[in-house]
Design a protein around this ligand. Sequence first.
Ligand code: MTE
Ligand code: MO
Length: 198
Amino acid sequence: MSVKDVTDLHEEFDGERLPPGQRETSKFPVLSKGSTPTYDPDDWTFTVTGAVENELSLSMDEFRDLPSETQRQDFHCVTGWSKFDCEFTGVTFPALMDAAGVQSDAVHVMFHALDGYTTNLPLDQCAREEVMFAWGYDGDDLPREHGGPLRVVTPHRYAYKGAKWVDGVEFLTEPERGYWEKRGYSNTANPWNEERYS
Ligand SMILES: Nc1nc2c(c(=O)[nH]1)N[C@H]1C(S)=C(S)[C@@H](COP(=O)(O)O)O[C@H]1N2
Ligand SMILES: [Mo]
């Protein structure tokens, strides 16, 4: 299995691999606003809505049939820890955009999750190959507490931009704010500028 290494993306932000104010951990801590939500795999559907040519409603099998890949990525939590060399397997955001056909007036994206969490990003910050919908982690299924069956990863942004338990992505024609972005975390969340709070 080939693994695409994107752990050099800090160079794009003129920063060190370890962003300022972060410390490296070998553990993978769990950070959730509440408890891990339960779900029924037979009823689970992933929806793509809003400013798209084809609104999608996919089962897990259908989702896993989309083109997928494995990437080695770093993970930066706004609370100050970074974990290097995480291997995530899943569908890249650009591959999902191809499947849905994004309309020209789409400028922003809202992610929706099973626990009611939401988070937002400008479309140009999502339309990057290292933004992934991941179901695999280090060769296994993504652990439930880390967002299984499916989560978003955003190695170019603090990890609160990556919704665990994601089950919907909504293409918007104007910006909106998600759960933490309404509660004082930075809307932009660039780790190399320490954009932690707004
Ligand atoms: N659905 C959902 N996604 C979420 C969260 C959450 O509470 N619910 N917490 C976010 C925050 S603040 C962080 S730091 C990361 C933590 O991911 P981890 O628990 O896998 O380390 O998930 C993000 N995604
Ligand atoms: Mo976080």
